[in-house]
Every structure is written in structure tokens, then in C-alpha cells.
Design a protein around this ligand. Structure first.
Ligand code: IFM
Length: 465
């Protein structure tokens, strides 16, 4: 073969590949000086809220996570940063009335919280109606304060008996999740109209079954593909079960999907692009595609392949809950043990979590979520900022991204800030300060952060529209 051809063909193919990828997946960047001159505007009926999850705020949980927090790893090291344990957390279980007062003073319309399965069904098939009564009291107290409750049925935690059965590793276990969801629905349906079935199924899967840093601490990509499939199938079955119940047709039921756009570290590196696309597919698209088409195709070359069909998955969303915080930047390596790392550029301004402030990520995620063809609620967005010097700008810019997407025609109906108050941030423990309210975990005192005032201003301003 001509020597020149041998050289030019691969160069040509490489250029075509990276240029096509760059054009199809642009890393959107806006001129913020210009963005900040634009008026924020939200349609009538747009809702504002704050979010929490039971294990992170309530205290007194006995579940797969409390067990994880109390079991050192194989080297005898604690699983959680600084050996923190969720323990009494924010004691929200007992202080919910005070906390509802805090929510009210933010001026928001809704409160998204999760019900703790292990408190409601501590033993298989034995329901503790006093726990359900507690959540009913929370809903009533919220409504008396003019705040609409939004319930999440599954937010990462499992009762110990369910975990012992293999939790979402086994499709036959889904009947327990459906039965639990039905019990909660029957008890609370007169007080709650918006239901989130499963929170961030891909995060639960990847942290627990791919990275092995959450319970049950497995690193098994094939099993991860099965667990994700079962969580999505669990959503479908819960949706169908609740819809067929009295009160089901008027209930709004959706799943909460965390969407993080993936970007390559080096846009000229085809390997960075390949890994980026595989991860984007496994983390973001597989779940969304299943809910759009009923076809599940989890594929990680040489590591995992799980295929599944359920045409009944189509049409099981009244809305999509979208959680977004930032993006992920992938640097690939020719090393089978660690074929990529997540790295950011030095000029990217970091949050206290391992990701930067990148408001355009929320806009990009809204575009992705819009494929579902149903209304979008931003069910979580917020910053871990212990020094409170980035919170105001984060809030301002991410909400600007929401406003811009609405102006461009995307059907976003609401925005929930994560989180109402500082809480137990899973493996990161108590060091991540996501709260609009700072919590002193010794005295349980709550205090509004200065940076949170921007959220209150925006909410107030939007009501005057
Ligand atoms: O704290 C978590 C929450 O439980 C799920 N979404 C992301 C949050 C911040 O990391």
C-alpha cells in the first residue's frame, strides 16, 4: 500500500471521529457577563421547593446504610469520611414542625422528602402504622403551612431484611417494593399528589455495585447492569400498581433521574471520547431509553451486557424528576485496572464535592430529560459549600440556566434546592454542607446561610411576575 495512505487514512479517521463527536456533544459554555444581564422569568404556576431524604436528616434509622456505617472495610478502615455515622442526623423525625417553619420562611411551595422503608416495614410484612402516621402528620403540618408534600418512595436505603434477600439484585424481590409502595400510597394518598418512585437509580447502582463504596460494596459491572434494570422495572411496577388503585389516576408519578453530562478531558483524544460515550450511555441514556422505548441495553464493552424488554415501561411517567449538580470530565488511560479518572481543568471552580460549578450542565441535562416528552421538575440541585462563598453564585447561575431553558421552550415546571439543611452526605459524612440552613449537629441549631438569601430573593421575585 502507498506509504502516504498508511499515514493519512488513520489521521483522517481520527479527525473525522473527534470532529463528529465534538459537534454532536458540544461542551456548552455561556458568556456569564451577558447571561447575568438577562431577566429571570418563570411561567405562572412554576413551583419552588426544597428537598431532603429520610436517612440523611431524620435520625434513628436501622437499615442497610446504618449497618454499612458501622462495619469497617476489609482493612479495618471506616467506610464513611472521618468515621462519621448518620446517627441522629438532623433529628428531623422529632423536629419536623420546627423545620416546616424554616421551609415556610423560605417562601417555597413544596417540600420533597422520602419515607424510610425500614421504619415503615421493619420486619418483612410487618408494617408499623405509627411510622405511617408520623408521615401523615408531616403532610398535614406541611399543608397547614401552605406547603405541598412531594414523596420519594425509595431514596437509597433498604430495610435489613430486604437487603438480606439480595435487594434489587433479584427481580423476584420487586414484589416487596411494590407492596411497600402500595401501603404508603393507601395511607397517604389523600394528602399527597406527587410521588417519586425511585431516586437516582444509576447512582445507587454505580456506587453500590460498580465502585463498591456504598452498600453492599460490590464491584461487579454485570450485576450493576441487572440492579439498574430491576430498579427501573421496580419503577414501572410501582407506577402501574399505584395507578390502578383508588386515587391513582389523579396522582402524578415519576422517577427521579440524576443526569450528569460527561465530557472528555481532551477533545482531540479518541479514547477519552470512547470512554466518555460508554459512561454517558451506562449512567444517563440506558435508563431514559428504557422508559422511552421499553428496551434496556446496558453495555460496557468487555465488562457487562444486560438486555431486557418490557413494552409496559412506555408511558410510565407523568413527569420526570431531574437531579443535576455538574458534569463529569473523563481522562482515559491505557491501563485495564483504571482505564479512566475523573479530572477537571484548573480554571474550573470547584464545589466542595468532586465536581465544579458548571450551570450549563443543568441546561444540557434539561435538554436530555426533555426527550421523555413529559413535564420536568428539577427535583435536586444545590452546592456543598462549607465556606458559603460560592452558594449565592451557584444558585443564581443554575436558576438562570433553568430560566433560559424555559424561554427556549423546555417544559420545566419546578425547581427544588438540595438541601433544606446540612445533612449526612453518604460516604462524605457530615463535611459536605449543602444546606440553605447550617446545622450545628451538637445543639441541633439551624441558621440561615448568607448565600441562601439569593434563593429567597429569586423565589420572592418570581412570585411578583
Ligand atoms: O445528598 C445527595 C442525595 O441523597 C441524592 N442526590 C445528590 C445529593 C448530593 O450529593
Amino acid at each position: 500500500m502507498d506509504k502516504k495512505l498508511i499515514l493519512f487514512v488513520p489521521i483522517g479517521l481520527w479527525l473525522i471521529y473527534v470532529i463528529t463527536m465534538s459537534a454532536r456533544h458540544p461542551e456548552v459554555r455561556w458568556d456569564w457577563e451577558k447571561e447575568e444581564t438577562k431577566t429571570l422569568s418563570f411561567p405562572p404556576g412554576f413551583v419552588w421547593g426544597v428537598a431532603t431524604a429520610a436517612h440523611q436528616v431524620e435520625g434513628g434509622c436501622t437499615n442497610n446504610w446504618s449497618e454499612w456505617e458501622n462495619t469497617p472495610d476489609e482493612n479495618g478502615n471506616p467506610r464513611i469520611h472521618k468515621g462519621n455515622k448518620s446517627g441522629m442526623a438532623c433529628d428531623h423525625w422529632n423536629r419536623y414542625r420546627e423545620d416546616i417553619g424554616l421551609i415556610e420562611s423560605l417562601g417555597v411551595d413544596m417540600y420533597r422528602f422520602s419515607v424510610e422503608w425500614s421504619k415503615i416495614e421493619p420486619q418483612e410484612g410487618q408494617f408499623d402504622y405509627s411510622a405511617l402516621e408520623h408521615y401523615k402528620d408531616v403532610c398535614i403540618a406541611l399543608k397547614q403551612s401552605g406547603i405541598t408534600p412531594v414523596i420519594t418512595l425509595h431514596h437509597f436505603t433498604n430495610p435489613l431484611w430486604f437487603e438480606a434477600k439480595g435487594a434489587f439484585e433479584k427481580e423476584e424481590n420487586l414484589e416487596y417494593f411494590v407492596r411497600f409502595a402500595e401501603q404508603v400510597f393507601d395511607y397517604l394518598k389523600d394528602h399527597v399528589n406527587i410521588w417519586c418512585t425511585v431516586n437516582e437509580p444509576a447512582v445507587y447502582t454505580y456506587q453500590g455495585y460498580f465502585n463498591g463504596v456504598w452498600p453492599p460494596g460490590k464491584m461487579d459491572p454485570q450485576l450493576a447492569g441487572t440492579v439498574l434494570k430491576n430498579l427501573l422495572e421496580g419503577h414501572v411496577r410501582v407506577y402501574k400498581a399505584l395507578k390502578s388503585k383508588k386515587g391513582g389516576t389523579r396522582a402524578q408519578i415519576g422517577i427521579v433521574k440524576n443526569i450528569f453530562p460527561f465530557d472528555p478531558y481532551n477533545r482531540w483524544n479518541p479514547l477519552d471520547w470512547m470512554v466518555t460515550r460508554i459512561l454517558d450511555n451506562a449512567f444517563n441514556s440506558v435508563a431514559l431509553d428504557f422508559l422511552i422505548s421499553g428496551t434496556y441495553d446496558f453495555s460496557m464493552p468487555t465488562m457487562a451486557k444486560v438486555e431486557y424488554e418490557n413494552p409496559k415501561a412506555v408511558g410510565t411517567l407523568d413527569f420526570i424528576g431531574l437531579n443535576n449538580y455538574s458534569h463529569q470530565r473523563i481522562n482515559s488511560h491505557l491501563n485495564l485496572k483504571q482505564f479512566f479518572t475523573i479530572e477537571f481543568y484548573p480554571h474550573e471552580q470547584m464545589t466542595d464535592m468532586h465536581y465544579p460549578i458548571y450551570p450549563e450542565a443543568l441546561y444540557r441535562s434539561i435538554k436530555v430529560a426533555s426527550q421523555m416528552g413529559v413535564p420536568i421538575y428539577i427535583t435536586e440541585n444545590g452546592i456543598a459549600d462549607g465556606t458559603d462563598d460560592r452558594r449565592a453564585i451557584y444558585i443564581d447561575r443554575y436558576i438562570r440556566a433553568v430560566s433560559r431553558s424555559i424561554q427556549e421552550g423546555y417544559d420545566v415546571r419546578g425547581y427544588f434546592y438540595w438541601s433544606l439543611m446540612d445533612n449526612f452526605e453518604w460516604t462524605e459524612g457530615y463535611d459536605m454542607k449543602f444546606g440553605l440552613y447550617e446545622v450545628d449537629f451538637i445543639t441541633q441549631e439551624r441558621k440561615l446561610r448568607e448565600g441562601s438569601r439569593r434563593f429567597i430573593e429569586i423565589v420572592e421575585g418570581s412570585k411578583g411576575d
